[in-house]
Write a protein that binds this ligand. Structure first.
Ligand code: ADP
Length: 236
């Protein structure tokens, strides 16, 4: 089932054209990656789908709801984790999740329990956030983003800046979330990680999608060993 349908999306900042007519779909239970170098327009596209930026032209539909017409309804279905998200340093991990869970109408205790399970911080969940490593903080934030069981999770560079072990843990969490039926839309400039992480990817450069498909399909198509090689060939 199609969860997200983005058609000819354009987003300008004044005279800067950040996203220049991008189209893609994400199905429920699927991990779809917008992959490209810094400045390609990934964050801008994700922020538009998250209802945080206004569409210049084109359309975004989430579960058949037009984002322009009913952004409030869309906000109930999605969860967005910005790349630079932070948590309140003086709260414990558990108190932070509880604080966030209070904003939702659903059963707070259930939400917090799922958040704790996803973050998987063991006893450290009762330590203050400012004692956490970067990897632990990201796990807490990913737990926060996914504990509401969103129909669509939008994750901007979820593994960036993490060591290999922490990045691997985050990837596993994302995979498990998709298995529960959530559609995942993520961005990454790390072209070597997406082969494992994403079911389908769109390569984006200078605001335009230049290639799209399953990682394996693209590597075969370009006789490439990895997605980085595919990207280099496509933009050459
Ligand atoms: P990415 O996430 O792929 O690194 P961005 O979406 O952040 O790319 O940026 C795409 C383009 O839009 C870049 O040229 C960037 O400089 C520009 N841009 C991003 N945010 C703003 C903004 N708030 N105002 C003006 N230009 C912006």
């Amino acid at each position: 089932m199609i969860s997200v349908e983005v058609k000819n999306l354009v987003k300008n900042y004044g005279s800067t054209e950040a996203v220049k007519g991008v189209s893609f779909t994400v199905n429920s239970g699927e991990i779809f990656g917008l992959i490209g170098p810094n400045g390609a327009g990934k964050t801008t596209a994700l922020r538009v789908v998250s209802t945080l930026l206004q569409i210049t032209s084109g359309s975004v539909n989430i579960l058949g709801i037009d984002l322009r017409k009913k952004p409030d309804e869309i906000r109930k279905l999605i969860s967005y984790l910005p790349e630079d998200a932070g948590a309140y340093k003086n709260l414990t991990g558990r108190a932070y999740l509880r604080f966030i869970a209070n904003f939702f109408e659903k059963n707070t205790q259930e939400i917090v329990s799922l958040g704790i399970e996803i973050a998987n911080l063991g006893d450290k969940i009762d330590d203050k956030v400012d004692t956490y490593s970067k990897g632990m903080k990201r796990r807490l934030l990913v737990g926060r983003a996914l504990m509401i069981n969103p129909k669509l999770a939008i994750l901007d560079e979820p593994t960036s800046g993490l060591d290999v072990i922490s990045a691997q843990e985050i990837r596993k969490i994302i995979k498990n979330t998709a298995m529960r039926g959530t559609a995942v839309l993520l961005s990454s400039h790390n072209m070597l990680e997406v082969e494992y992480l994403c079911d389908r990817i769109a390569l984006i450069a200078e605001g335009k999608i230049v290639e799209e498909g399953k990682p394996k399909f693209l590597m075969d198509k370009y006789s490439a060993n990895n997605i980085e090689e595919v990207f280099v060939q496509v933009v050459k």
